[in-house]
Write a protein of this length. Structure first.
Length: 411
């Protein structure tokens, strides 16, 4: 049954107006009218300073944290209210955040060209072939998965210090030959463009309103994160407690990462499976559960270094540490397999259509998996991997420990 909308939901009252560096003069007539007719206008200091005086119009500066303003907005529901945003409010903008709280039927949105569109036009880059990212309110490490030779990135800056910080970070990663172009005040009267290689970037006094265009050139020593699962062990900080890359590739294939899905990585060790799950899709989430404090800190460092700083880390032992978590789309059990009740708890926690993979390298763990297969079905797989190593003047095969995998797809 469709619920009836309230009066405030039936009549749009929340106007979200995108503003470029050219200010109000760049707005369409209808957008300017929405600003002028609003009883309340909310925006940043830069945007509010653009407005001409208007007696009786309430003007509010965004608070910190920004979400505090949502109660202000809700208290004024039904009255014409205008939120001023930068560029396109739905591209790393406040529009997305607002619509998590307010119904789309209550809104009217007036976007102007985004900084990405303007920067692509200045650079002559096809936007559909360019990765659009942001470090405004986001850690710089989140750029890491997209850094590879030949990549073109457009990046929203946090402030005027961002280009210099980015250049130093990229140089340390082996991308010093990359070209960094800073586009300031795009489409404004003070627009300015400056470019240099990352290694040569020394400019100070960059305007806070800037967008970065980065054309990546990786050195032979740059550590590039592959797009496929099974990244080398040496890309992870670890104490030996890591799912080996060959086994990890098979494990990820059985977990079958989708789009925007959540994984529980139980007994995370170095965090390699949870990290690769998140690398499979930018919208994927993972929770790493690990009882040892030093390993959990290592998981956090690995997550930052490999570009998924949003990996959630929980200190504790499963199944007790799982109680307050939302149901996952997939579960990996890499440690604690012989804990009584753990596998049963995980099977019951899976969403319909969810996948569970448990790995064992011990006789006791194998026994648990065999018994579990008898109760729940699923598949057992045995992986034996050998790697070549020097043997005198020649090479020989050194076997790794065999690994047993049990996988289940819940209907």
């Amino acid at each position: 049954m469709t619920s009836l909308a309230t009066n405030s939901e039936r009549t749009p009252w929340l106007n979200i107006v995108g503003v470029g560096a050219d200010g109000l003069s760049g707005l369409a007539t209808e957008a300017r009218e929405a600003v002028a007719q609003a009883t309340t206008v909310i925006g940043g200091a830069r945007h509010l300073e653009m407005l001409p005086p208007q007696p009786g119009q309430e003007r509010l500066l965004w608070p910190s944290p920004l979400e505090t303003a949502f109660d202000w907005i809700e208290a004024r529901a039904g009255k014409p209210l205008c939120v001023l945003a930068s560029g396109d409010p739905f591209w790393f903008g406040v529009g997305t955040t607002l619509l998590r709280r307010f119904p789309v039927e209550a809104t009217r949105v007036f976007p102007v060209p985004s900084a990405f569109s303007l920067a692509a036009a200045r650079m002559g880059w096809p936007l559909q072939e360019t990765r659009c990212l942001s470090v405004h309110g986001r850690p710089m490490e989140a750029l890491r998965p997209w850094l590879h030779d030949g990549a073109r990135l457009l990046i929203l800056s946090r402030d005027g210090e961002t280009p210099g910080e980015l250049a130093q970070w990229l140089d340390e990663l082996g991308f010093g030959a990359s070209t960094l172009t800073v586009l300031e005040q795009l489409d404004g009267a003070s627009e300015r463009v400056e470019a240099a290689t990352v290694a040569e970037w020394r400019t100070c006094g960059v305007d806070p309103l800037n967008t970065i265009a980065l054309e990546c050139r990786a050195s032979s020593t740059a550590s590039v994160i592959a797009a496929s699962a099974g990244r080398p062990e040496d890309q992870f900080e670890q104490d030996g407690q890591i799912t080996k890359r060959e086994v990890r590739a098979v494990t990820l294939a059985l977990l079958a990462p989708g789009r925007g899905e959540c994984l529980w990585d139980i007994g995370a060790g170095s965090g390699s499976v949870g990290i690769e799950w998140m690398l499979a899709d930018p919208a994927n989430r993972a929770v790493a559960i690990e009882p040892r404090a030093e390993r959990l800190e290592r998981v956090r460092r690995n997550a930052r270094a490999l570009g998924v700083p949003a990996l959630q880390c929980i200190s504790g032992r499963a199944p007790e540490a799982l109680d307050d978590l939302s149901a996952p789309d997939a579960i990996f059990i890499g440690g604690g397999l012989t804990t009584p009740g753990l596998v049963e708890h995980c099977v019951e926690s899976l969403r319909p259509g969810g996948r569970l993979v448990a790995n064992s390298v011990t006789v006791e763990g194998d026994a648990v998996l065999a018994a579990t297969r008898e109760r729940h079905g699923g598949e057992l797989t045995r992986i034996n991997v050998s790697r070549s190593e020097p043997l005198g003047a020649m090479s020989g095969w050194k076997p790794l420990r065999p690994v047993t995998l049990w996988s289940l797809h819940r209907s």
